[in-house]
Ligand binder design. Sequence first.
Ligand code: APR
Ligand code: PHB
Length: 403
Amino acid sequence: MATEAFEKRAKTQVAIVGGGPSGLLLAQLLWLQDIESIIIERQTAAHVEGRIRAGVLEQGSVDVLTRAGVGERLAREGARHSGFYLAINGKRCPIALEALVDGQVTVYGQTEVTKDLMAACRAAGTEMHHAASEVALHDLETAKPALTFRQDGARWRIEADFIAGCDGFRGPSRQAIPAERRREFERVYPFGWLGILADVPPCQDELIYAHSDRGFALASMRSAKRSRYYIQCRADEPLEDWPDDRLWEELKRRLGPEIAPNITTGPALEKSIAPLRSFVCETMRFGRLFLAGDSAHIVPPTGAKGLNLALGDVHYLSTALAAWYRDGNASGIERYAEVALRRVWKAERFSWMLTALLHDFEDDDSFGKRMRLAELEYIFSSKAAQTSIAENYVGLPFENVLA
Ligand code: APR
Ligand code: PHB
């Protein structure tokens, strides 16, 4: 407010709250259109670059990252996958992405995407404030919205034309939309994923999403030498209950006797338990604030959609802002929330469906369990069902946000 003294002030075109993949990609796409932005991030740069997350990119995500100028290492080191497997109690069914829908996905860790984007933003000279605290959003319904925060003991106020809320599920941006102007939809699942990253060769070339009587398991990878595995566990389970040996044994049992002998075990580079949640905030816009990525929606990781949806939002948002700055075309910023949410809900449906299909639910009765098995058997035997899964897994098309 006018009466409050701020030690440091700055002005920019787009102020970005959160320097994860969404915020970094947005800054980079705006920079390529000569639009200036400033990123304000709660964590240190080292923390952001070190976070271990998922690793499957849709072709649309690869395309947008390439347009942003970070496609080179991705093209060199990313592994193209033309299919994956579903499995029930060790019996595998290929979902042949290429044969069914002429599509592919690229396995390349989110950690690497983040490092590449961070390097690009540094090279572009984008102003980034890391380790910022007390971030607050102001005047969102005016033409001069602002952000205030603290960094290294100094108080800052940044005025902008627009604010992008790229601050993840727990950030302040979504909360800055008055409760009566947003509607939230949520499902919290009664289990989590226990993940292990290890420098051992993957058990096979393609990912395996496995349902077993003991619960879900996923065999994934980062490279020919690094594997990523997950098993369904209780959401409140202490990590100490899962020494590496127990985890490897359980994984082998869930993946079944055909795959187990191919699993190479080794010490965990990282091991953690993540809860599973579906969440959508309607709307994704309030005045001059636009939400993108995890700040607006969360999917359970079963469809590998979290990062892809975030990058998709940023594609829409950067297109909308570029049209506004280039020729005063406001149609994109007017349509952003509606267009982004249409795609978000379809990915929510797919992620929820795969989660329900592959996990064990404690409160399931015997009929529910049979239905799950019958549905899996149907998918195994039906090209139509496999095609629908493949179409969603490779990523649904983008609309023209400016139309
Ligand atoms: N002030 C500034 N930054 C904040 C604040 C805050 N109060 N709160 C959170 N942040 C930062 C976080 O530290 C994080 O770096 O916002 C960033 C949000 O990043 P992500 O949570 O990675 O979300 P997003 O960039 O939308 O990326 C989505 O990342 O979380 C995964 O599964 C998710 O794969 C998806 C992708
Ligand atoms: C991963 O490799 O971390 C991964 C892969 C696929 C998923 C989720 C996570 O669906």
